[in-house]
Design a protein around this ligand. Structure first.
Ligand code: CTP
Length: 406
């Protein structure tokens, strides 16, 4: 789901993690949201308003609260129009004020005026987070429907270690998406998603692999979970954290991926093969480390084409493949779709800078077995994931209508 057209308020309060709100703001605007930032008086001590103003392209709401001013009225109206209010970082102080309905500055007034869902992202010292008063305030807010994220455990600014760290930006954005899209249009679907590269061993320390980061596949799994699907994620080695709620099946080689996919295939209603499966493996992987300093010829043998096998075995599931092309993208992709016998092919041009492998963004062409071609504009991968899933749903509905006898 894109954040295009979303009107958000980002409240920032006085924690050392205030600088991380800058990264959060950048990500929200990158995903298409319009964001108004509201700084508490103490937040201004940590990060100046100019940074937020520059990145949001809007005036920053100040702590100088004058309920009679035209600005105040206008900004309260803005709170009423907002699709969501995020407070990140949220100090113990703002949690307490929000829990008790105190409105003694701009941000806490906005929290009372807002009609939209509220997401609080606490960051504080571990001892404070554990304090009974904070626990009670968080419980009050949650009971009232406010989403309060759990802080992460790790090193804290105090030098101590504990629970209180500001969570990953991706986790905050995902929580926001869940708030914004209660629609569960994939409820009842069972997705089987593959992601990442595979590693084909040469000897115990070396392998053949590729530059796939897994972001596209993980993005698809995350989006499908949010939209209500059951998700099995079969993944080669990546640096990513599997999304909570997915059945996670880690694999290394193409053969392991093939076995895992075939094992989970029967239950799937939609199969999405975003993995960059290594086309070849060493015919004879050495069981001991190969010594250097001499010529070495490696004999390679092709791996089985998992996607083609899935399409052949499972005509009832909707099968989506990916293609990384460098030239004549549309024609090569069409040929690949037909060769593999799949329903939808997501083609990306990996020769272009800034998209595809390892990149944050992607720009893809969707080709379907009924002859349709839809180019998607360049977007962050999470938005591409949502667009692909929506396209699968509409193609499937259209296909069912076509099959219905007149
Ligand atoms: N794929 C697969 N098993 C393989 C190779 C690829 O399941 N052994 C899947 C990928 O997950 C992807 C799609 O096939 O969804 C396209 O992969 P790609 O490597 O681009 O296609 P190939 O058929 O290998 O064609 P070529 O390398 O010649 O472009």
């Amino acid at each position: 789901m894109s954040l295009d057209g979303r009107e958000l308020i980002l409240g920032v309060t006085g924690s050392i993690a205030a600088y991380k709100a800058v990264y959060l703001l950048r990500e929200l605007t990158r995903l298409g949201a319009s964001v108004t930032v509201c700084l508490s008086e103490h937040a201004r001590e940590f990060v100046g308003p100019l940074t937020f103003r520059t990145l949001s392209g809007r005036a920053v709401l100040s702590n100088l609260f004058d309920p009679q001013s035209a600005d105040a009225v206008e900004h309260v109206a803005l709170a009423e129009r907002a699709h969501a209010v995020i407070v990140a970082p949220a100090t113990a102080n703002v949690l307490a004020k929000a829990a008790h309905g105190i409105a003694d500055d701009f941000l806490t007034t906005l929290l009372l005026a807002a009609r939209a869902p509220v997401l609080m992202v606490p960051a504080m010292d571990g001892g404070m987070w554990e304090h009974a008063a904070v626990t009670a305030n968080v419980a009050t807010l949650r009971r009232r429907g406010v989403t309060v994220l759990e802080p992460e455990t790790g090193a804290l600014a105090s030098g101590l270690s504990g629970k209180g760290r500001f969570p990953d930006i991706d986790e905050i954005v995902e929580a926001l998406r869940r708030l914004l899209v209660p629609a569960r249009d994939l409820a009842g679907e069972r997705l089987l998603v593959t992601a990442g590269p595979t590693r084909e061993p040469i000897d115990p320390v070396r392998y053949i692999s590729n530059r796939s980061s897994g972001k596209m596949g993980y993005g698809l799994a995350t989006a499908a979970l949010r939209r209500g699907a059951e998700v099995t994620l079969v993944s080669g080695p990546t640096a990513l954290t599997p999304p909570a709620g997915a059945v996670f099946v880690p694999v290394q080689t193409a053969e392991e991926m093939r076995e895992a996919v075939l094992h989970h295939l029967d239950r799937a209603t939609i199969v999405v093969k975003a993995a960059a499966v290594a086309d070849y493996r060493a015919r004879h992987a050495s069981s001991t480390k190969i010594k250097g300093k001499r010529d070495l010829t490696l004999e390679l043998t092709p791996n089985a084409d998992i996607l083609a096998e899935v399409a052949a075995r499972r005509p009832n599931a909707f099968v989506v493949g990916f293609a990384a092309e460098t030239d004549d993208v549309a024609a090569n992709a069409r040929a690949k779709l037909e060769r593999k016998g799949i329903d939808l092919l997501v083609a990306n041009d990996v020769s272009q800078q800034g998209i595809g492998f390892e990149a944050e963004d992607n720009e893809v062409l969707l080709l379907d077995r009924w002859g349709g071609v839809r180019p998607l504009p360049r977007m962050p991968k999470p938005n591409v994931a949502d667009a692909i899933l929506s396209h699968v749903l509409s193609l499937r509905t259209a296909a069912a209508t076509r099959k219905t006898p007149a």
